[in-house]
Design a protein around this ligand. Structure first.
Ligand SMILES: Cc1cc2nc3c(=O)[nH]c(=O)nc-3n(C[C@H](O)[C@H](O)[C@H](O)COP(=O)(O)O)c2cc1C
Length: 253
């Protein structure tokens, strides 16, 4: 793609598309709010309810001031309750609305389409086998997908040598299912999907900071390698953003 095309892509084309008929307008069925659970899926893990009692930094201004990208993590594990809190604050479902075609979540999304799935590459979460998982936001559960050998090395390579990604307790990986937004917005949904993704990661930054954990947005990754890690087809679903999470070294007093 050329620079010119990319610059155009950043602009809004909503006004040009007012006369087009979307699949929603044509009455076509809405796409599932959550990717289906494959037949024979091995294990769904119930997550504990998100617990605001975990928050150690609750002053909003302090939270905003102290948020930063953190790239150093200790070898400690994070707990299931911490993981649950981070998943809920990024992609949890508060309510299903619009006769079942939309959800309300802790982050905004154009048309409440929420066109993402959250995968987790977990190295160290208490009580969980290391491996690849998918969050089921409608159920607040985790679907175990597979154990993966050499996950830290695979993640480092798939993130273009950024070794700290593989060293985190876990990595949040957001894929996009574009049709979820295209069903309503056709060709003017794509810019908004990327804007939506930014909101998710910002909530992760703030939620991690509130719990005394660290994270760092990652946009520099190998597309084919990350899609292959999650067995995504790269057309109807592909990775758009990711962020490692872990405990952070204590700052000297
Ligand atoms: C879209 C996006 C992509 C980013 N990609 C990477 C990345 O691949 N590797 C990295 O170390 N940091 C990455 N960052 C983090 C930025 O480098 C960081 O936000 C910036 O240096 C400002 O630092 P701060 O977040 O601590 O304020 C990314 C941030 C954003 C918003």
């Amino acid at each position: 793609m050329s620079t010119e095309k990319n610059r155009e892509f950043m602009k809004s084309n909503f006004a040009e598309s007012v006369h087009q008929r979307s699949d929603q307008t044509k009455g076509l069925p809405f796409p599932p709010l959550q990717k289906e659970i494959p037949a024979g899926a091995s294990l769904s893990v119930n997550l504990p309810d998100p617990d605001p009692g975990l928050i150690i930094k609750s002053d909003f201004f302090q939270l905003i001031q102290e948020r930063e990208s953190r790239r150093q993590y200790t070898p400690e594990s994070i707990s299931m309750t911490e993981l649950s809190f981070l998943l809920y604050t990024t992609q949890g479902v508060k309510e299903v609305v619009g006769e079942g075609y939309a959800t309300r979540r802790p982050v905004p999304s154009a048309g409440a389409r929420h066109p993402f799935e959250t995968y987790l590459a977990l190295n160290r979460v208490e009580d969980l086998t290391p491996g690849i998982y998918r969050y089921l936001p409608l159920n607040h559960q985790l679907l175990f997908l597979e154990e993966t050998d050499q996950l830290p090395d695979l993640l480092a390579t798939a993130n273009l040598g950024q070794r700290f990604v593989g060293q985190a307790a876990g990595v949040f990986i957001w894929s996009c299912i574009p049709y979820r937004a295209e069903w309503r917005y056709m060709d003017h949904g794509h810019k908004n999907m990327l804007l939506d993704a930014g909101h998710i990661c910002q909530n992760l930054y703030l939620a991690a900071e509130a719990l005394g954990l660290g994270t760092c947005a990652i946009g520099a990754y190998d597309q084919a390698a990350m899609d292959a890690l999650l067995e995504l087809d790269g057309v109807d679903e592909y990775v758009v953003y990711l962020a490692p999470v872990g405990k952070i070294p204590q700052e000297p007093v």
